[in-house]
Structures are given as structure tokens and as C-alpha cells.
Design a protein around this ligand. Structure first.
Ligand code: IMP
Ligand code: MG
Length: 182
């Protein structure tokens, strides 16, 4: 048994939800779709910090198309499990968006507030195209009036940690995605 799996099993707050193997397989499939959809183009991947840092790094390494990468940082949940309902920009983009193909990479879409904010921000810079890749999507919560083209897994309304997702900055380095109990 590897150390990471041991860590999940010995922490009574964690319940394994998506294994490392299933994540890897899903990330590969998403990359395959992106390779097909963006053939001959050079999209800019915009990772939303901090949660997407592992997903984006695994995703871009599976790509055959050339890519550029930049990051945005939004105000987080702080140490809470519930969104403050207010989004603030903590780190803006450094790249030029105008006329480019943009793919925003998110760890999880919950209320949809963050992704709506990002969409408005990016559209104000006139990209050629804009799509979203979210590793996780909480079912039935967000009422988005636009599509998220690449979704890893649709998940129930539970608080999830691991593979980049944290609770009070903890658990980001778990290789699996777990439900945080309580
Ligand atoms: P939204 O604005 O409510 O859609 O929330 C989006 C952000 O909140 C995500 O990018 C995460 O950083 C964080 N978040 C939402 N749900 C969870 C969760 O279950 N675990 C960890 N972080 C979460
Ligand atoms: Mg996030």
C-alpha cells in the first residue's frame, strides 16, 4: 500500500471518492478532446489558482498541441467550507487575450460565481474563443447560462479535497479526491 493511500485510510475525516487511476484516465481523455478541438492552434490555458495547479499541470503534459500558460488568482473560501458569495481578483493575467483561443482551467465549479466572474473578465479582453475545463462540477448547484465544454467528473454537493483542492490549505497534495466528512 502506498503512503498516500495510507494517509487517506488513516484519516477518519477523509473518504476516498475518486482514485488516482480514474483521475489519470479522465485527464487523458480530456486532453485527447482538446488535441482534436485545437489542432493547428495555440490555445492559452489559464489556470485558476490555487486549486487548479495540479489538474492544469497534468492536463497540459498530455497535450500534443502547443500551448501557452498563465494564471489568475481569485479570493478563496478562506478557511471556510462555504463561499463568501463575493469574488475578488487577487492576481490578474499577464498575457494578451485579444484574438487568442482561451481555455480556463478550474478545479471545481460549485456556485458558479467564480467562473462567471472569470468569463466576464476574459470576454472584456476580446478573445477569439473562450472555453472552460473544470475537473469537478457540483451537480444541480450552479445556474450557468453558458457551457463548460470539458468536465472531468460531475460530483454531489459534498466538500471535496485532494488533487489540488484544499480545506484551509490542507490536503492539496493528496493524489486522490476525497470527501471531507463533517
Ligand atoms: P464557486 O465560485 O462557488 O463556483 O466556487 C469555486 C471555487 O471554490 C473553486 O475553484 C474552489 O477553489 C472552491 N471550492 C468550491 N467547492 C469546493 C470543494 O468542495 N472543495 C474545495 N474547494 C472548493
Ligand atoms: Mg478555485
Amino acid at each position: 500500500m502506498n503512503l498516500q493511500r495510507k494517509r487517506v485510510q488513516s484519516d477518519s475525516n477523509l473518504k476516498l471518492y475518486i482514485s488516482k487511476a480514474r483521475i489519470r484516465q479522465r485527464v487523458k481523455l480530456i486532453a485527447r478532446e482538446i488535441n482534436k478541438d485545437y489542432k493547428g492552434r495555440i490555445p492559452i490555458f489559464i489556470g485558476v489558482l490555487n486549486g487548479s495547479f495540479i489538474f492544469i499541470s497534468d492536463l497540459v503534459r498530455e497535450l500534443k498541441v502547443d500551448t501557452e500558460i498563465d494564471f489568475l488568482k481569485l479570493s478563496s473560501y478562506g478557511d471556510s467550507k462555504i463561499s463568501s458569495g463575493e469574488v475578488k481578483l487577487l492576481k490578474d493575467l499577464n498575457c494578451t487575450i485579444e484574438g487568442r483561443d482561451i481555455i480556463v482551467v478550474e478545479d471545481i465549479v460549485d456556485s458558479g460565481l467564480s467562473i462567471k466572474y472569470i468569463r466576464d473578465l476574459i470576454l472584456s479582453h476580446n478573445p477569439a474563443t473562450l472555453e472552460f475545463a473544470a475537473l469537478l462540477f457540483k451537480k444541480g448547484l450552479s445556474k450557468l447560462d453558458f457551457d463548460i465544454k470539458y468536465i472531468g467528473f460531475k460530483v454531489p454537493n459534498k466538500f471535496l479535497v485532494g488533487y489540488g483542492l484544499d480545506y484551509a490549505q490542507k490536503y492539496r497534495n493528496l493524489k486522490e479526491i476525497c470527501i471531507l466528512k463533517n
